[in-house]
Every structure is written in structure tokens, then in C-alpha cells.
Design a protein around this ligand. Structure first.
Ligand code: AMP
Length: 435
């Protein structure tokens, strides 16, 4: 329900929907910094941006993430169909994550015909109908990558993706996080693993929470993620020794670890890390920061060798990850990012001089000199105060004398020096400062 506050004559104030936030200009500086840093890093690893729609057919998510995943069962934000759409029976949902849509696009656009390995990145809002709390929103933002194609099945690519996620977190200012690593092996290994788990849990099924008793049958891996105390106790006692892995899968995992070792990337092996989604095979990993409390996952990823085929595409493998931007902000020290400021503040000393000052302002802006002006008739003192606040390097003033002589008084705000420049010569001023 929309929260409604009442004021004076009963005008409603409408708040942002539950679990969403506004990013105000002073916060947006940090977001821009993060996005720029991420883009730089992605390009240096050879990843290109892909943008897919914010909503897709609901079936896409159900088929990719698995019917038993929490996201599909409880968190899909469906769009109410209206008009033309109401007549069709397809249901639409806001995207809860990036992978499914990118795979859909990969298949639809026949991208496998273009290159042997497609490396994508995205920086985009995601939507899940969760109960909001610290670090958990209904609209949140992810930075992620997917590497898809016939040439994607090298353990070095798993290591590349992991190293990219680690480097990215470091570049974004997060220093105290850990990398948890595991392997699930092939689909056959996963089947063995789930049988092994059922056997290990064995007679203790009835001690599992009611949800997990259900999961025991339908998707036993999810028991490993359960936050319930009695389930955690049981999971703690399990002996997870990789005996359920085939020799090939074991070797694959060893190669991933060797590649990480060669880069000096520290990881913690965690045999009970399985991730909540059906599509993972082989490598899975998670990056977490224990200072964040219950929502401590900064990001996660892994390999998904069958999803493209599952969704009707060619038989090609893939690997990817997603980091949550809001969580990264919570995990990084609150260091200030310098805000971009204007270079020139234009002052007109009286409304009569507005037209000329306005033209000067335009000339500066057209030449990519960041410039601003206050369109009020305030006095010199008040306008100088604003100029100071803006952080401008220069002030250009036009008053009576300047107007008559076709000049502007230019004040250098860092040393206080002042000179008059003919308006014809402003171009020289601009040329000296152009990047
Ligand atoms: P997931 O696909 O659930 O593994 O999500 C990957 C990352 O996205 C998580 O590690 C979080 O950092 C972030 N994330 C997921 N869900 C939310 C949410 N509801 N609110 C904020 N961040 C989220």
C-alpha cells in the first residue's frame, strides 16, 4: 500500500514505493564513480556492454532460475497486463536478475554465429518483491558480467571472471571481503551430490524445518542455504568430501584453483556453497563482507553450462557473476568522491545585463566549459557567495562599466586576481582551458 501522509488541507504526499530509494545528486556522484570504474575494468578485460529490457516474459525466469527457487516462488514482480497485452496469455515480470535476459538475447540474436566467445557486462536495476530491510530492496542495482559461447569452457575463464569480480570490488573501495569457492560438477555430478546429501541427512529429515522437508524432496541443495537453526545444525554435521564428483570435474576444479593461485587470489573453499539457482554447474563463488550482518553477500556467480541449451539455444557454456551496488556502498568506507564542479560562474550585476551574460554563459557551455549563472537580481555579495559555493575556478562579471566597454571582469577564485577581458577575446580564455 502507498504510504500517505496528510498535511494542512488534506493534500496527499506520495512516498516512494516500499523497498525503493531515490539517489539524490550528492549520492549520485558515488554511483557515477562506481559505474565509471566498473566500465573501465570491464573494457580492460574485454567485456562489452549489453542492455536488455527491464521486463521479460515470466516464463523466461521460471525456466532459467528453476521453479523451486525463492525468486521464482516468492519474489517475482509481475506486471498487470492492460489493453492489448491483457488479451494475450503471456505474463510479464520485471527482471529479478540479469543472466536469463542476456541468455535470451544471445539466443534470439544468434550471437553464437558472430563470435566464439561473447563477453558482456551490464550495470542495471533489478526488481524483486522482497521484504525490505538493510541491504535488501525491491529495486536494487547490479553490476555483472556473462561470458557465453563455444569457447567459454576453459577453467581460465572461470578464473578470469573471479579475478574480475575481486579486482572490481577492490577498485570500488571494498577491502574486507572474502571469496568463497566451490564446485558442483556436471549435471550428473549434481545428481550424485543430491543423492549423497539425501543419504547424509538420512534419518534427520524430520528435524529439518517444514520448508526444508519439502526441499529435501524437490531440491535438496536448498537445505544448505537455509537460515533456520535446526537446519544449520544438520548442515554443519554433513561430511562434504567431493566424493560425488567425477574425475573430470575434479580436475576442472583443480585447474580453476591453480589459475587463481597463479594470480595470488585468496579463496576459501566451501563445499556447502551451492547457490539458490538451478542453472549452476561446476564453479560457484560468492563474495561476502561479514560486517554487513545478515545480508552479507556482495555478489556471487558461477558457471552455467546448460542454460543456453535449456532455453532453446545452441549447446554452449557460460560463466558470470553479479555484484549488488547498494551492498558495495554499505561495505566501502564512506570516503568522499570529489564532485565535479563548474569552472566559470557568470554574474550579471542587474537585470539589464542578463541578455549579454546569458550569451556569454551559452558561449562557455557550447565550448564545454562548465558554467552556471544565477538568474536572480541579487546583489554582488550574495552572488559572489553563490559563486564560492559552486567551487568555480573563475567568476565572470558583467556590470555597467563592462557592458559599455564590451568586456567582462574575470576573477580568478584561487588567487583573487582580477582582470578585464574583452568579450571578443573570451575565445582565447576558452582555448586555454579546453581539455
Ligand atoms: P543473487 O542473484 O541473489 O545472488 O544476487 C547477487 C547480488 O545482488 C547479491 O549478492 C546482492 O549483493 C545483490 N542483491 C540481491 N538481491 C538484492 C536485494 N533485494 N537488495 C539489494 N541487493 C540485492
Amino acid at each position: 500500500p502507498v504510504k500517505v501522509k496528510k498535511i494542512g488541507i488534506m493534500k496527499k504526499i506520495i512516498s516512494a514505493p516500499r523497498g525503493t530509494t531515490d539517489i539524490l545528486p550528492e549520492e549520485a556522484i558515488l554511483w557515477q564513480f562506481m559505474e565509471n570504474e566498473a566500465r573501465r575494468q570491464f573494457f580492460s578485460y574485454g567485456y562489452q556492454e549489453i542492455r536488455t529490457p527491464m521486463f521479460e516474459e515470466t516464463e523466461l525466469f521460471a525456466r532459467s532460475m528453476g521453479q523451486t527457487s525463492d525468486i521464482v516462488q516468492k519474489q517475482m514482480l509481475n506486471l498487470a497486463a492492460q489493453g492489448v497485452d491483457a488479451a494475450t496469455d503471456s505474463s510479464l515480470s520485471l527482471r529479478p536478475e540479469g543472466t536469463a535476459a542476456i541468455v535470451r538475447s544471445y539466443i534470439e540474436n544468434n550471437l553464437d554465429k558472430r563470435e566464439r566467445l561473447s563477453k558482456f557486462f551490464y550495470i542495471a536495476p533489478m526488481f524483486r518483491g522482497e521484504r525490505p530491510q538493510k541491504g535488501r530492496l525491491r529495486q536494487f542495482h547490479q553490476i555483472g558480467v556473462e561470458a557465453i559461447g563455444p569457447d567459454s569452457t576453459s577453467p581460465y575463464l572461470d578464473a578470469e571472471i573471479i579475478s574480475l569480480s575481486v579486482l572490481l570490488l577492490q577498485k570500488l573501495g571494498v577491502n574486507d571481503f572474502i571469496l568463497k569457492l566451490n564446485t558442483l560438477g556436471t549435471i550428473e555430478d549434481k545428481n550424485n551430490f543430491s543423492q549423497y546429501l539425501r543419504k547424509q541427512i538420512g534419518s534427520r529429515v524430520s528435524d529439518l524445518c517444514p520448508d526444508c522437508q519439502n526441499r529435501y524432496e524437490r531440491n535438496v541443495f536448498r537445505v544448505l542455504d537455509c537460515k533456520n537453526k535446526s537446519c544449520k545444525e544438520i548442515v554443519k554435521d554433513l561430511e562434504l568430501n567431493y566424493s560425488y564428483l567425477s574425475e573430470t570435474s575434479r580436475r576442472y576444479y583443480e585447474s580453476v584453483k591453480a589459475a587463481l593461485d597463479s594470480l595470488g587470489i585468496v579463496y576459501h573453499q566451501q563445499p556447502d556453497l551451492v547457490r539458490g539457482l538451478d542453472y549452476y554447474t561446476h564453479t560457484v563463488f560468492e563474495l561476502s563482507c561479514n560486517r554487513l550482518g545478515s545480508q552479507d553477500a556482495l555478489g556471487a556467480g558461477g558457471r552455467y553450462n546448460h542454460l543456453v541449451q535449456e532455453l532453446g539455444g545452441p549447446e554452449v557454456g557460460a560463466v558470470g557473476f553479479a555484484l549488488g551496488m547498494e551492498r558495495i556502498i554499505l561495505a566501502r568506507p564512506p570516503e568522499e568522491i570529489p564532485k565535479s564542479k563548474i569552472q566559470v560562474y557568470v554574474i550579471a550585476l542587474g537585470e539589464r545585463f542578463f541578455p549579454r551574460a546569458f550569451q556569454l554563459l551559452q558561449l562557455l557551455r557550447e565550448n564545454k566549459i562548465a558554467a552556471d549563472m544565477n538568474f536572480s537580481d541579487a546583489g554582488l555579495k550574495s552572488q559572489m557567495r553563490q559563486a564560492n559555493k559552486s567551487g568555480a575556478d573563475f567568476v565572470m562579471m558583467i556590470g555597467e562599466e563592462e557592458f559599455i566597454n564590451g568586456m567582462a571582469t574575470v576573477k580568478n577564485m584561487s588567487n583573487g586576481s582580477q582582470e578585464q577581458i574583452s568579450l571578443d577575446k573570451i575565445q582565447d580564455f576558452i582555448n586555454e582551458r579546453k581539455a
